[in-house]
Ligand binder design. Structure first.
Ligand code: TRP
Ligand code: ZN
Length: 880
């Protein structure tokens, strides 16, 4: 049992730093055994009173420390586990420190480390302090000049932030490069790379006519895989100019791909470092989905240059200031590059299956948290995705034009500053001339609000009434909630024709048919709509205008009407999802009761109509034909029953497949093309639909269908269709499964990102022996514990396999825990994130609850638990 106490950091304890850092000069001497870092800070006390200088610092060996070039003796400063303190300093001075690092042994992948023979850094949130002693807080901005010295042969490429100002040869086969970043920045945006890399280049002319060199650095073997990323960057830059009026500010923009990376990518000023999975892609090795994800992440990191770098956060509690806003911006970018409706559907699906469970679980926290133990644990779906929803609501409430003015005002007012969420909201309120006081509750109250809506119709007056009640469940530390200010966008449909009707609030002029924005700000509100000859059908929460759960008593035929006629793509999709969800949950109930399952004929007919409809957006159609996921269905059950959900859902899949066999075959055939694959050939939707049809058909496990699948695999010229064939095959117990899995491995063993897919496919299999299969794969020579992508591809993917992870005997829970126990000492940050599936124990039956808690307790009992892991385990085992 660990006795070490970890301190909690509170938002209310914020104090500005006592010193200004006018400049920092860094010199890195990179070596195979030891690396030396010399840092020279120009420091100035802010106040008159003498105060001690407190620097953050850990995990390095401090070689020397000097003030104004006079070495300090060991009595002149104090070193603790987390800080270096000098009690007495002048009011203005130069501080020079020398630290010794061993990047080759750094498995935390935080600070300076090595990945595939290259040196690289990851400083957000608090990695810089493991390189050199420094005030490692986002509100300490300084001008960085960085010199890198390294062996010329091994590390021909030396990069840091900003502009290259000097370079040259040194004795002993070494060389150096000096970089200067003119923009003052916090330490979390510092970056350094040294390696043997090739460069891809593109030129970009900004809207004001400045020339920027876009550069992508890769291993030689990956040279042919960077084109899409580089192209996406140019698109993102143009888009940000056109849509948000934001121009790039340095002469070059560099991106480096790293195989070992804790997260997706990092927006370091002028030198982004990316997880290689969000850079490398060719049609043969990456799916349509991968291409989209790359475009999105490239966009995300680029957009940070304004929302994050030019205007940054005062402290880490303000993280959503940059992340929520930047996710909103990347979502809009992707929506403009692809199909807006489909993008919205995917974003909502993601929010509901990741953020909603977080908001309902033991780690629930507001978009702006009040406290944390380890900041790395707060890079959450709430801060990112719910944060983006909050920005989206602001746009709806203010209107497009005022929203844009508010953003312009924010960037103009705060350029070069480290600010707070209040500053952001103030800019919005000023531009929109609106009182946003109540709206800020979205930043302070955790939990997913619920809207309970009922309606009534009075034929005599032609009045339709909506009664809207809002509530929000208690979350840890927040038993009672106040009402939110939120936009409910809605419309009214004619029940006979599905036509859109005018939405006229009592006492208003008829505005003509269309969407209407209702602003909610009280616990209960009544809206009366007049001039309606018949009872209308309300289309509620168009575009998913607020991140809430909606309860309105739709009948099944209402949902069929909405699914067929509603013009808002989200609401149209949602109606179908809700219908399918209710049907599957009823069947799950029957499954639990041991009754025979039977699928509603009207549902089969509605599904057939959708399947064979002439909807031209094939990607939308594929979304509409995809049943709600097991994870989402579990969210809808009072006590989640993974076996019942899987049984019922698979029954629906198989029944649809056997009843609509010919239709699935036909639609698939129509979507398939003879022409070779091309990236962004406009046919990603067709491929999705074709592969969805194949997946349905494969649930029947009939030999001719297996042959079809096999033919698709061997005939495919692209990864989308290869994975489209392999995914259903992996859940089918047949000889072709082994054969193709092993062909796939042999064919791709040289490509890490593809081998990750190979592990994931098997971890996600529905077959009953998946736990054993995953255990075998843990012994596979290609499995690597210390590589986060590889670990995630097998272990984290398995924990997303609802039916097998939640095996009633606890074998899935044990597997995850055993592997996390191995990973914790190697990489605490990734370990803590991957604990999440165990923290949802309260959602399950008492047997599973016991099993899951026992595993958490097993982790809690480890010696020297790192604070990342401690925080998650401790919070999820608490009684409240
Ligand atoms: N700022 C990064 C982003 O959202 C996130 C990130 C990358 C990160 N690496 C990290 C956060 C390591 C914490 C730790 O774009
Ligand atoms: Zn980000």
């Amino acid at each position: 049992m660990t006795t070490r106490q970890h301190t909690t950091i509170h938002r209310s304890d914020y104090t500005p730093y006592d010193f200004l850092v006018d400049s920092i000069r860094l010199r890195f001497e990179l070596g195979e055994e030891t690396t030396l870092v010399t840092s020279r800070l120009e420091l100035r006390a802010k106040g008159e009173q003498a105060v001690p200088l407190v620097l953050d610092g850990h995990r390095f060996k401090l070689r020397s420390i000097a003030i104004d070039d006079g070495l300090l003796g060991s009595g002149d400063y104090q070193v603790t586990e987390e800080t270096v303190t000098i009690p007495q300093v002048p009011s203005r001075f130069t501080l020079e420190t020398v630290t010794e690092l061993k990047p080759q042994d750094n498995t935390f992948l935080e600070g300076l480390y090595r990945s595939a023979g290259m040196f690289c850094t990851q400083c957000e949130a608090e990695g810089f302090r493991s390189i050199t002693p420094y005030p490692d807080h986002p509100d300490v901005l300084s001008v960085f000049t960085t010199t890198i010295v390294a062996d010329r042969e091994r590390y021909p490429v030396l990069l840091s932030n900003g502009n290259l100002v000097d370079a040259g040869q040194l004795p002993d086969g070494r060389h150096f490069a000096t970089w200067h970043d003119p923009f003052p920045k916090p330490s979390y945006l510092f970056a350094l790379v040294a390696g043997d890399l090739v460069r891809l280049k593109e030129r970009f002319t900004t809207c004001s006519g400045r020339e920027v060199s876009l550069e992508l650095y890769l291993q030689e073997a990956n040279r042919h895989k960077g084109e899409h990323a580089l192209h996406s960057l140019a698109k993102a830059m143009r888009w940000d100019e056109q849509v948000f009026g934001r121009e790039y500010d340095l002469d070059s923009y560099m991106i480096v791909a790293a195989d070992d990376f804790n997260m997706g990518a990092m927006e370091n000023k002028g030198l982004n470092i990316f997880n290689s999975r969000y850079v490398l892609a060719t049609p043969e090795s990456a799916t349509d989905e991968d291409f989209h994800a790359i475009e999105e992440v490239i966009g995300h990191e680029y957009f940070h240059n304004w929302s994050g770098n030019r205007v940054t956060c005062r402290d880490w509690f303000q993280l959503s200031l940059k992340e929520g806003l930047t996710v909103f911006r990347d979502q809009e970018f992707s929506a403009d590059m692809q199909s807006r409706g489909v993008k919205r559907i995917n974003d909502v699906r993601y929010l509901r299956t990741t953020q909603f469970p977080e908001d309902g679980g033991p780690m629930a926290h507001p978009v702006r948290p009040d406290s944390y133990i380890e900041i790395n644990n707060f890079y959450t779906h709430t801060v990112y995705s719910k944060g983006a929803e909050v920005i989206r609501m602001l746009r709806i409430l203010l209107g497009e034009k005022c929203f844009r003015q508010g953003l312009d005002l924010y960037f103009e007012r705060h350029d070069g500053q480290a600010v707070t969420i209040e500053d952001f909201v103030r800019a919005m309120a000023d531009a929109g001339q609106r009182d946003l006081e109540q709206f800020t509750r979205w930043y302070s109250q955790a939990g997913t609000p619920q809207l309970t809506i009922s309606s009534g119709y009075e034929p005599s007056t032609g009045t339709f009434t909506l009664t809207v009640r809002q509530s929000c469940p208690p979350t840890p530390g927040q038993p009672d909630k106040l009402p939110f200010h939120l936009p409910l966008v809605m419309g009214l449909l004619d029940r006979a024709t599905g036509q859109e009707l005018p939405v006229t609030l009592e006492g208003e002029e008829p505005p003509g048919p269309g969407s209407r924005l209702l602003e909610l700000n009280e616990q209960e509100q009544v809206f009366r709509f007049t001039g309606l000859q018949e009872e209308p059908l309300p289309a509620l929460l168009r575009g998913f205008s607020a991140p809430v759960k909606l309860d309105y008593p739709y009948r099944h035929d209402d949902l069929v009407l909405l699914a067929g006629h509603e013009r808002d793509p989200f609401c149209r999709w949602e109606a179908g999802q809700r219908l399918a969800g209710e049907i599957i949950l009823d069947l799950a109930g029957a499954w639990q009761a041991g009754q025979a399952l039977e699928l509603d004929e009207a549902f089969i007919e509605a599904y057939r109509l959708t399947l064979t409809s002439d909807e031209s957006d094939r990607a939308f159609l594929a979304e509409a034909l995809t049943l709600p996921s097991e994870k989402y269905l579990a969210e809808l059950m009072p006590v989640a029953d993974p076996d019942a959900i899987h049984g019922a859902r698979q029954f629906v899949v198989r029944t649809l497949a056997s009843r609509l066999r010919e239709d699935f075959l036909l639609v698939r055939e129509r979507c398939r093309r003879a022409e070779p694959y091309a990236v962004e050939d406009g046919r990603a939707g067709e491929r999705r639909l074709a592969n969805l049809c194949l997946a349905y058909l494969m649930s029947l496990a009939e030999q001719p269908l297996i042959e079809l699948c096999r033919d698709q695999y061997y005939g495919s010229d692209n990864m989308t269709d290869s994975i489209g064939a392999l995914t259903p095959l992996v859940s089918c117990d047949c000889p072709e499964r082994r054969e193709i899995l092993s062909t796939f491995y042999d064919c791709w063993q040289h490509d890490r990102n593809v081998i990750d897919k190979w592990f994931t496919l098997q971890a996600m299999s529905h077959l009953p022996d998946t736990v054993e299969e995953v255990c075998r794969l843990l012994e596979h020579p290609a499995f690597e514990l210390a590589n986060p992508n590889r670990f995630r591809s097998l272990v984290a993917s398995f924990s997303q396999n609802q039916v097998r992870f939640h095996a009633a005997d606890g074998s899935g829970y044990r597997l995850l825990t055993d592997q996390l126990i191995r990973l914790i000492p190697i990489n605490p940050q990734v370990s803590a994130r991957l604990l999440a599936p165990l923290t949802t124990w309260r959602r399950y039956d008492s047997t599973r609850q016991e099993l899951m808690r026992a595993e958490l307790q097993r982790i809690q009992a480890l010696e020297n638990l790192p604070r990342d892991v401690f925080e998650v385990v401790d919070k999820s085992l608490r009684e409240n």
